[in-house]
Design a protein around this ligand. Structure first.
Ligand code: OGA
Ligand code: ZN
Length: 383
């Protein structure tokens, strides 16, 4: 059945006609394109089903049958009005709202990742921000977070020479992630280290704590002193390496994305273990996470018929991570803080010579959930 339009102005956001099907209706827009909306979806998203103040859904989907359908549809100037077969209910949808949420127009779906991957040339355009700009100005905070979101790695300059400034800056985003190493941690060479970071030996590229169910998101490493010989920081964009692996060795990419391997940290008080695939995709196929840490990898237990192939893929990834086409290296100076997405960008450091000077980094984490939430709130004001 075709219902004719009551009005057509020059806007492409206007619905000009509706066709009713068994479970859905098809809207024809003024520009000639079409969108399909299912009756259950429309009823589920009726604005009356959301709490007035909290905006959370209060509608109970099981309060209607699966065969609910419109008995009447009316196209008004800016709205579409549906009378339902049940409950004598009436829903009003803005044309613009329907267009914005049109799920059948795949060209409109914006599920593309915002991440922009980088290689070794990134050293020349590594984003820098200033501590005082981030601390005193929301637009400074926003600009910095946008860069961090996109590239996963930034430097903050002008950090005060205090332990507190690490968490003061991180807290501009939101609350901190606590781990078995505390809410903050000191990276210094100590006599009785509980992990390799607290020695002076080199740390090969890794992501922190893949042994956790959800590894920490953004990592903050504030450099208070870096006077020893060596101790340069190394970073690689795991996203870029995984992208290249996907295009050049799709079978290796697949096995690393599908087969979980065990990671483990243990000391006297903890035995924290988790299986994860090294490469994590979202449901749209975007690479959203790399979990890679050779010193926390536990004894592999992938199925026997896949073990040899798994090792080939794993070694392929390892070799690529060390390829100089990808890595950047620099020595953090006292007063600088490096901030990076620990679930995307791998980090490491060269060994340092303890006897030649003091090296002290102070670190903490803020998770991705809090980061993304803050970014959305700031974007409303600053975009
Ligand atoms: C760490 C780490 C890097 C460094 O503590 O997890 O990777 O430069 N430290 O010491
Ligand atoms: Zn680390």
């Amino acid at each position: 059945m075709i219902l004719s339009a009551v009005d057509t102005t020059n806007s492409n956001q206007l619905i000009v006609s509706i066709e009713k099907g068994q479970y859905s209706l098809t809207v024809k827009w003024h520009d000639g394109s079409e969108s399909e909306f299912h009756y259950l979806w429309l009823r589920d998203n009726c604005s009356t089903g959301f709490h007035e103040i909290t905006k959370e859904r209060s509608f109970d989907l099981l309060s209607v049958s699966e065969n609910i359908h419109p008995t009447q549809i009316q196209i008004e100037k800016e709205t579409l009005i549906i009378e339902w077969s049940e409950d004598e209910h009436r829903s009003v949808f803005l044309h613009s709202w329907l267009l914005e949420h049109s799920y059948s127009r795949t060209e409109d779906l914006t599920h593309k990742s915002r991440y922009q991957s980088w290689d070794a040339s990134f050293i020349h355009r590594l984003p820098h921000a200033d501590y005082s700009d981030i601390m005193t100005d929301d637009s400074g905070l926003y600009q910095w977070m946008v860069a961090l979101d996109k590239f996963g790695l930034t430097i903050v300059d002008g950090m005060p020479d205090t332990i507190e400034s690490t968490t003061l800056l991180a807290s501009r985003i939101d609350y901190l992630r606590q781990t078995n190493f505390g809410t903050t941690f000191n990276v210094e060479s100590v006599a009785a280290p509980i992990n390799l970071a607290y020695t002076s030996i080199s740390l090969p590229l890794h992501t922190d704590l893949p042994n956790q169910e959800t590894p920490p998101g953004y990592q903050f490493l504030h450099c208070l002193a870096n006077e020893s010989e060596g101790g340069e920081s190394i970073f690689v964009d795991g996203l870029r390496v995984a992208e290249e692996l996907r295009s050049q060795c799709p079978d290796h990419f697949k096995i690393l994305a599908e087969q979980a391997i065990p990671f483990r940290f243990h000391d006297q008080d903890h035995d924290i273990r988790q299986h994860h695939p090294i490469i994590n995709l979202d449901s749209f196929g975007n690479i959203i996470e790399i979990k890679y840490n050779a010193h926390l990898a536990d004894v592999f237990d992938v199925p026997a018929n896949l073990m040899h192939e798994y090792y080939l893929a794993y070694r392929n990834l390892m070799a690529r991570l060390r390829d100089e086409r990808f890595g950047i290296q620099f020595k953090l100076q006292a007063g600088q803080m490096v901030v990076f997405d620990n679930r995307r960008v791998l980090h490491g450091r060269n060994k340092f010579e303890d006897s030649t000077g003091r090296r002290h980094l102070h670190g903490c984490y803020v998770d991705r959930t809090e980061f993304q939430s803050r970014l959305r709130i700031l974007a409303q004001k600053h975009q």
